[in-house]
Design a protein around this ligand. Structure first.
Ligand SMILES: Nc1ncnc2c1ncn2[C@@H]1O[C@H](COP(=O)(O)OP(=O)(O)OP(=O)(O)O)[C@@H](O)[C@H]1O
Length: 378
C-alpha cells in the first residue's frame, strides 16, 4: 500500500509514486487498530482522484461522525469541494471548518418532467399525473427555446431557465383537460410549493461547490419527497456541471442516511454518480445504518467501503457482496465492536484493515449528552 514519507498509509491509491503531493490530497481519517486494541500507523484516504464509497454501521456506531471527519479533511484539501446532504441536521459544526449551512433551493426544471408525477405522488398514467408531466415538459421546452433533442429532455440541466411552480400551476389551469384533472394536478403542485424547496431563481447547483468550502444542505424537517428532489437536483447538477466543464473543482457528495434516497426520485441521479460519476470527477459517499436498503450497485461500484459495527443479518449480508477474492475469510467476522472503529475495504490496494477513526476537529452535533463531559464543565 502506498505509504507517504510522513508515514501515512493511503487507501484508495494504487500506485506509490513515493512523493507527497503538494498541496496534500490525502484525508487523514484515523489510524490502524491492531487486534489487541493498540493504535498503529496513521491511515489516509486518497482525495486526488474521484471515488465512490459507502459508510455502514448500526445506529450510534459513528457513521455520521466518520462522514464529518471526511468532510473536515476535504475542507482542507485543494481542488475538491465537499457537499453534505444532512437529513438529521447534525453537520452544522462544519461551519467551524469554514463551511456554510444552506437551506436547499432547487429549480423546478432540475427535476425531469418524467419524474414529476412520482415526485408529487401521482400515477404517471393517471390524468393528473400525465397532465403534470406534459405541463412541465412544455414549460421546460419553452425555457430552452423549443430545443427538443431526446438526451436533453431527460437530463436535468439544473442551470437552464426554469418555470416557477406558480407558472406551472397557471399552465395546469389553462390546459385542455377535464376540470377535475386540472384541480387534482394543481393541488399537488400547491403541496410541492409548501415544501419550500423550489425556486425558479435558485443559484446554479455548481455554485455549491465553487469555492471548495464545505456546504451542508440542511434537510432536517424537510418532507421525504422534497429531500429526494433536492438530492436528485444536486447529484445530477454536480454531474452535469463537471461534464459541461462548468465546475473547476472535483465535488464530493456526502450523503448521510442514504437509504432514504434510494427507491425514490433521488435514486436515478445517485446511480448515475455511482456508475458514471468518476469519469467527470464526481465522488459519492453514502452513509447508512441500513446497508440492505441500498441497491447492490452501491456496494459493487464503491471502491472504498467503511463499515462500523452491524448486527442485523440482512445488513451483514450486504458486506458479503464486497468480499473479493483478495480477502481471506469473511468480512463480517472482522467487524470491530467499538464506537469509531471500522473495517475499511480498499479496492485500490486490495486490502481490508481495521481502523480507529480520529476525533472530530469541529463539533459533531446530535452527540448524545455525556455525563463525563457535564461533570467536566462544573
Ligand atoms: N471516531 C470517533 N471518535 C470519538 N467518538 C466517536 C467517534 N465516532 C463516533 N463517536 C461518538 O459516537 C457518537 C455516535 O456517533 P454518530 O452520531 O456518528 O452515530 P451514527 O452511527 O451516525 O448514528 P445514527 O445512525 O444515530 O446517526 C458520537 O456522537 C460520538 O460521541
Amino acid at each position: 500500500m502506498p505509504r507517504r514519507p510522513d508515514g501515512v498509509y493511503v487507501l484508495g491509491r494504487d500506485g506509490d509514486d513515493g512523493t507527497e503531493r503538494d498541496p496534500p490530497h490525502t484525508a487523514r481519517i484515523g489510524s490502524f487498530l491492531a487486534r489487541d486494541g493498540s493504535v498503529g500507523a496513521p491511515v489516509g484516504v486518497d482525495l486526488d482522484r474521484p471515488h465512490a464509497g459507502v459508510v455502514f454501521g448500526k445506529r450510534g456506531t459513528g457513521k455520521s461522525y466518520t462522514l464529518g471527519v471526511l468532510a473536515e479533511e476535504l475542507a482542507e484539501a485543494d481542488g475538491v469541494a465537499p457537499v453534505v446532504v444532512d437529513p438529521m441536521g447534525v453537520f452544522g459544526g462544519l461551519e467551524a471548518a469554514g463551511g456554510r449551512v444552506v437551506d436547499p433551493a432547487v429549480r423546478p426544471a432540475s427535476i425531469p418532467p418524467s419524474a414529476w408525477p412520482d415526485l408529487l405522488g401521482l400515477d404517471p398514467a393517471s390524468g393528473p399525473g400525465s397532465l403534470v408531466w406534459r405541463v412541465v415538459a412544455d414549460a421546460v421546452d419553452e425555457g430552452r427555446g423549443g430545443r427538443t433533442d431526446a438526451a436533453d429532455a431527460e437530463s436535468t440541466a439544473a442551470d437552464r431557465p426554469s418555470p416557477s411552480l406558480s407558472a406551472l400551476r397557471e399552465a395546469v389551469d389553462a390546459a385542455d383537460a377535464p376540470a377535475e384533472t386540472r384541480r387534482a394536478a394543481a393541488n399537488h403542485l400547491r403541496l410541492a410549493a409548501s415544501w419550500g424547496i423550489f425556486d425558479a431563481d435558485a443559484p446554479p447547483v455548481a455554485s455549491l461547490a465553487a469555492d471548495g468550502e464545505p456546504v451542508v444542505l440542511d434537510l432536517a424537517g424537510v418532507p421525504d419527497e422534497a429531500a429526494a428532489a433536492v438530492v436528485r437536483a444536486v447529484a445530477r447538477g454536480l454531474y452535469d456541471a463537471r461534464v459541461e466543464g462548468d465546475l473547476p473543482r472535483l465535488p464530493w457528495l456526502l450523503v448521510d442516511e442514504a437509504h432514504a434516497f434510494f427507491g425514490g426520485v433521488g435514486e436515478p441521479a445517485l446511480r448515475t454518480l455511482l456508475t458514471r460519476g468518476r469519469a467527470p470527477g464526481v465522488s459519492l459517499v453514502c452513509a447508512t445504518q441500513r446497508p440492505a436498503a441500498l441497491p447492490s450497485v452501491a456496494v459493487s461500484q464503491s471502491d472504498l467501503l467503511v463499515s462500523h459495527r452491524l448486527t442485523a443479518e440482512r445488513d451483514v449480508d450486504r458486506l458479503a457482496e464486497a468480499e473479493a477474492t483478495y480477502l481471506a475469510g469473511d468480512l463480517a467476522s472482522r467487524l470491530p465492536d467499538g464506537v469509531g472503529e471500522a473495517l475499511v475495504v480498499d479496492d485500490a490496494t486490495e486490502t481490508a484493515h481495521t481502523v480507529r477513526i480520529r476525533e472530530r476537529r469541529t463539533p459533531h452535533e446530535g452527540e448524545s449528552p455525556r455525563a463525563s463531559r457535564l461533570s467536566d464543565a462544573e
